[in-house]
Design a protein around this ligand. Structure first.
Ligand SMILES: NC(=O)c1ccc[n+]([C@@H]2O[C@H](COP(=O)([O-])OP(=O)(O)OC[C@H]3O[C@@H](n4cnc5c(N)ncnc54)[C@H](OP(=O)(O)O)[C@@H]3O)[C@@H](O)[C@H]2O)c1
Length: 335
């Protein structure tokens, strides 16, 4: 008899997350209904937004309720299907949650997506560079900011899953690309391994001076993942009529308060600022995945994963995103 281990939110964490913020229950797998598949989770996508979903603050989805299975994207294998076109053994992406078994159905951008077969890429690539993170990067660089070879593009959290893909896609579009990351090792990696034109270390005391030196012609496009002081420094280098693709603000997710930002520099520069989210990207997802998979296969994009083993490690793994302990896509292997 299969057992469904489930991590349910016991109370709202403050600051760092730990296993004690959850209850670990063992239940029977959920019952399958018509129009859905029963899927066994193989890999969990660990995302900064998991931390936001634990908080009772206004956000783009309802917060996870106390006592509810923790929400999460994941890659899963269909074990039983009552949905036309899906069969046992198919690999799918969906909102599996922090549990072994889930019932997934199509609908919404993140409901259920088949992992394309025949592309000869490891399954984990479809959680990162050819999955939600890569599609976010594609949407921000191509759809939101329409980056071209005329642009200087600045990417923050640039050594992470979204940032490293965004910078490399901007390079493919012919732009000059500068990335900001934490520590000299990551800053070097941006240039030597991800092909950025310059890598800056925000942990060094002279970020503003580094930025000035690396952007003699200013910045036309900011792909923003961090918020706070780093975003302020980045905006201070932007050219008039520049574009900001506002992907995320990881620097505020662990705390209670929102960010405070003086809008005057945005007004003075007449910037176009667009927040965007994967939940609105259902239509472009297949096209983006096709592009991303072909770029990865041809070596135009490099992608890394950091993999942690064990469902019960998911809460601690989430902290790694806020410590900068991951390079590329952070994944928890469940089975
Ligand atoms: N709009 C969307 O639909 C969408 C979808 C997915 C993700 N996102 C956003 O994209 C961003 C990156 O997500 P990801 O999944 O790719 O994670 P990631 O970049 O792989 O990991 C997070 C990275 O953020 C950096 N970081 C953490 N706290 C920081 C701080 N206080 N100041 C500066 N840097 C900090 C760390 O790198 P360092 O070592 O460089 O500090 C860490 O490795 C997040 O803001 C996320 O919310 C948006």
């Amino acid at each position: 008899m299969a057992v469904n281990r489930q991590l349910k939110l016991a109370h709202r964490p403050e600051g760092r997350v730990s296993l004690s913020d959850f209850t670990l229950e063992e239940n029977a797998p959920p019952s399958l209904v018509d129009g859905a598949v029963l899927a066994r989770t193989r890999l969990l996508s660990v995302d900064p937004t998991n931390r936001v979903w634990m908080k009772d603050v206004p956000q783009y989805m309802p917060p996870v309720a106390i006592g509810e299975v923790m929400r999460s994207g994941g890659l899963a294998e269909v074990v039983e299907s009552r949905l036309a076109g899906y069969a046992p053994g198919d690999l799918v992406f969906g909102m599996t949650g922090w549990q072994d078994y889930s019932v997934l159905r199509p609908g919404g951008a993140l409901g259920l997506m088949r992992i394309p077969s025949g592309l000869e890429l490891e399954p984990e690539k479809f959680l990162g560079v050819c999955g939600p993170n890569g599609v976010t990067a594609w949407a921000g660089i191509i759809d939101v900011a329409s980056v071209s070879e005329k642009d200087t593009v600045l990417v923050t959290a640039a050594a992470g899953a979204v940032g490293s893909a965004a910078g490399q896609i901007a390079k493919i579009r012919g732009a000059r690309v500068i990335g900001i990351a934490g520590g000299p090792g990551k800053a070097r990696k941006l240039v030597e391994e991800f092909g950025f034109d310059a890598g800056l270390d925000y942990r060094a005391p002279d970020l503003v001076a580094q930025l000035k030196a690396a952007t003699p012609k200013g910045v036309d496009v900011l792909f923003e993942n961090v918020g706070g002081k780093i975003m302020e420094a980045a905006i201070s280098r932007m050219n008039p009529l520049g574009r900001v693709a506002l992907s995320g603000m990881i620097s505020i997710y662990n705390g209670e308060a929102g960010t405070r930002y003086d809008w005057a520099p945005i007004m003075a520069r007449r910037l176009k600022v667009q927040g965007f989210n994967l939940i609105d990207c259902g239509e472009l997802w297949p096209r983006a995945v096709r592009d991303l998979a072909s770029w990865v296969k041809s070596g135009l994009i490099r992608a890394e994963e950091t993999i942690v083993d064990g469902l019960e490690k998911a809460p601690e793994a989430l902290n790694m995103l806020f410590d900068g302990a991951n390079v590329g896509k952070l994944i928890v292997r469940v089975s």
